[in-house]
Design a protein around this ligand. Structure first.
Ligand code: 9MR
Length: 350
């Protein structure tokens, strides 16, 4: 029986090692993120999640701010006929208001949100410019007094950091589309803090430099740019130190910084699940330390792009890979993870 049992035991060990088990939850409780961090901690949300009591309980106990994951974008708000549909956006705003959570607006102008209401008037000059202004006034105006901030322009920098993206906004308004958006947002809401937001600013120094150059041009031209958003969709291959260097560069403008969409994917990284999880833990600690090293007035907020791993966009097609990614701070059943513990501990070391 000996060998048989040994083989069976070995077999079960191997199959355990081979299956990509979700990250182990942290043993023992952690203080809620919103009580321990000396800055607002946010999460992205979708209205469908509000019917899930476990989600709502976890969200409201851990986070003090929300961003709509997609329902305050043009794709949700702007109908093909040019009319507005604010139902989902209003539901998110009402949810936040009812629970005393801050609302961050995301996003007014994004290259990827080309909608029929605009493609129809492509190339019409003043007509296009008027519709552009009208859209921003309508959306930012609707949440005036409630949204504390807006991502006014999202992802303007080219993927490789070489200049700026081509898009319907730029083709019609020139690069001035960015400054215009900020002026219109200011007109709509005199008090919301206005952000320029982009991603891969940690992993691509060139993209970061181009992003910062745009921010500087905007400031020089008198556009009401008031904060920089670094999405921080990180991969577990990010080398040590990259986060700190990026944070220091981004802080050089003196503006508040929003880590606006943090997650850390295990789909890319060192060989093996364990090594990737270890990198994810190290990166979470570095993020906390880097954010804490900013002067308090520059720590606008730290937002995580989802709550539980199963809520992540990286678990949904077409971005799900093999379906086992675990990029967020809580397990599928709502428990904090090693990366969460590392983040909390990193807060005290910044
Ligand atoms: O996670 C978001 C996903 O649910 C939406 O379908 C998608 C399109 O609206 O946008 C995703 O969020 C993106 C964010 O708005 C901007 N930065 C990248 C995010 C992940 O793709």
């Amino acid at each position: 029986v000996g060998p048989t049992r040994r083989t069976a035991a070995l077999g079960s060990v191997l199959s355990l090692a081979a299956c990509s088990a979700p990250a182990q939850p942290v043993a023992g409780p952690l203080p809620p993120l919103k009580t321990i961090a000396p800055f607002p901690v946010g999460a992205s949300v979708m209205t469908g999640q509000f019917d899930d009591p476990a989600f709502v309980a976890l969200l409201t106990s851990q986070f003090g701010q929300v961003t709509a994951e997609w329902q305050m974008k043009m794709e949700a708000i702007l109908r093909d006929d040019g009319g507005f549909d604010f139902r989902d956006a209003d539901a998110i705003a009402a949810f936040a208001a009812a629970r005393g959570m801050r609302l961050h607006g995301h996003t007014l102008i994004w290259y990827s949100q080309e909608r029929p209401a605009f493609t129809r008037i492509d190339g019409t000059g003043k007509r296009f410019a008027d519709a552009y202004r009208n859209y921003i006034l309508a959306v930012a105006g609707r949440y005036r007094g409630q949204a504390v901030s807006w991502d006014v322009v999202n992802e303007p920098v080219a993927e490789d950091g070489n200049g700026y993206r081509d898009c319907i906004w730029r083709r019609n308004l020139g690069m001035d589309y960015v400054a215009r958006a900020f002026h219109h947002a200011r007109e709509a809401d005199p008090r919301a803090l206005l952000f320029l937001n982009d991603y891969h600013l940690e992993s691509r120094p060139k993209k970061r430099a181009t992003f910062l150059a745009l921010a500087e041009q905007l400031l020089k031209a008198g556009a009401p740019l008031e904060g920089v958003g670094t999405q921080s969709h990180l991969l577990s291959d990010l080398p040590p130190g990259a986060v700190k260097t990026a944070m220091r560069d981004l802080a050089s403008l003196g503006l508040p910084i929003h880590v606006s969409e943090y997650d850390c994917s295990l789909q890319v990284g060192p060989f093996g699940r364990r090594a990737r999880e270890a990198a994810q833990v190290r990166i979470a600690a570095e993020m906390a330390e880097a954010f804490m090293s900013l002067p308090a007035r520059q720590r606008f907020a730290f937002t995580i792009w989802g709550v539980r791993d199963k809520d992540s966009w990286l678990r949904r097609p077409p971005n799900a890979g093999d379906g086992t990614d675990a990029p967020l701070m809580f397990t599928d059943d709502g428990r904090p993870k090693p990366m969460t513990q590392a983040f909390v501990e990193g807060l005290t070391r910044g």
